[in-house]
Design a protein around this ligand. Structure first.
Ligand SMILES: Cc1ncc(COP(=O)(O)O)c(C=O)c1O
Length: 343
């Protein structure tokens, strides 16, 4: 039941970064553009890109719980890791500023893009505007080990440090998306719509895992969630998501289980590797921008939305309601300006 899920979530301290439930909106113009191709599918988006702090995005949901724990422990410094254009890093910088904490970012150079936009614009520019100290790691350096080493240095100087690795996707961080599941269930109850499928990008798996844990804790159907992996190869994404969903559910309700088959990940949109644009991503970003005036990002939501469009066009969702969770990441468009030139 929804009440059980909300009660269990309220056991964990949260630092507020969202103004309330994010809106769910129908993509009527996109439906009209797809026409018969979509077989009467009703397409919806949940606007997790619409949040006041830091430009918004999915990581703020995780950061509500992580910063909540950091403040409860009396920490004054927040350290996290990511790629050079990490949205998680940028949202961490903004959230830490809001919470009155210093922020240090250990950023790894993992994507083979060498132009000025990628190396200095987009999220990296915003990290610095939000006052974070950026450490660009040398090739091959392990980000989490670098974060721990920096934390030790700061502790020796008298700081209390909170370290978060891997996109904020710890079991506690994933609870941010269990809270999103609660919003979706509450919205469905008042609008007489039930989503057949809820589509998300999968990077460090916390978004998918948290939604699944929330649905399972509310006695709803976790297999409604479908993610597109954009970072790990399919088999790794599947095992990471399964493990994290189970660990997140354990925090909510140790009595409940999630079957392995309830975790559904699609590997078809990842392309060559993480952060490397695909033609389908470029087309998906253009399609949503030109039909609805909405922005995706080139690394996560653009690739997952390419999969969403492919399924919608394949008749798979004929006469069903399907929800796409917009996870933000718009600053990445400026880092990937070169990929969009001439599009
Ligand atoms: C815009 C955007 N969408 C989706 C994701 C994927 O979320 P997760 O890491 O929880 O799988 C990320 C992760 O960085 C992101 O920045």
């Amino acid at each position: 039941m929804l009440e059980d899920l909300n009660a269990r979530l309220s056991q964990y301290g949260r630092y507020p970064l969202l103004e309330g439930p994010t809106p769910i909106q129908r993509l009527s113009r996109l439906e009209a553009v797809l026409g018969d191709e979509a077989g009467g599918a009703r397409l919806w988006v949940k606007r997790d890109d619409l949040m006041e702090v830091g430009g918004g995005g999915n990581k703020l949901r995780k950061l509500e719980f992580l910063i909540g724990e950091a403040l409860a422990q009396g920490c004054d410094t927040f350290i996290t890791t990511g790629g050079l254009q990490s949205n998680h890093a940028r949202q961490s910088a903004a959230a830490a500023a809001r919470a009155g904490m210093a922020c240090e970012l250990m950023l790894a150079d993992v994507v083979p893009r060498h132009d000025q936009d990628y190396r200095n614009n987009g999220n990296l520019l915003l990290d610095q505007i939000f006052g974070a100290r950026v450490h660009r790691l040398s090739p091959g350096a392990a980000p989490v080990a670098a974060a721990q080493a920096r934390a030790d240095e700061l502790r020796e100087q008298g700081h209390k440090v909170y370290v978060v690795g891997n996109g904020g996707s710890s079991p506690l961080g994933a609870l941010g998306y269990a809270a999103s599941a609660a919003e979706i269930i509450a919205w469905e109850a008042t609008s007489q719509v039930r989503f057949d499928t809820i589509v998300v990008p999968n990077g460090s798996s916390g978004t998918h895992a948290g939604l699944v844990a929330g649905l399972a804790a509310a006695d709803d159907a976790p297999e409604r969630v479908l993610s597109y992996t954009v970072l790990a190869p399919l088999h790794t994404a599947l095992s990471d998501t399964r493990r994290l969903a189970k660990d997140a559910l354990h925090l909510l309700d140790p009595e409940r289980q999630i079957a392995d088959q309830a975790i559904i990940v699609d590997g078809s949109q990842r392309g060559e590797a993480y952060g490397i644009p695909t033609g389908a991503m470029l087309a998906a970003v253009r399609t949503l921008a030109r039909s609805e005036g909405l922005l995706l990002d080139p690394v996560y939501s653009g690739k997952a939305f390419a999969g969403f469009l492919e399924r919608a066009r394949s008749d798979a969702w004929a006469n069903r309601d399907v929800l796409y969770v917009m996870t933000g990441g718009t600053p990445g468009l400026f880092a990937y300006a070169q990929a969009f030139v001439g599009q």
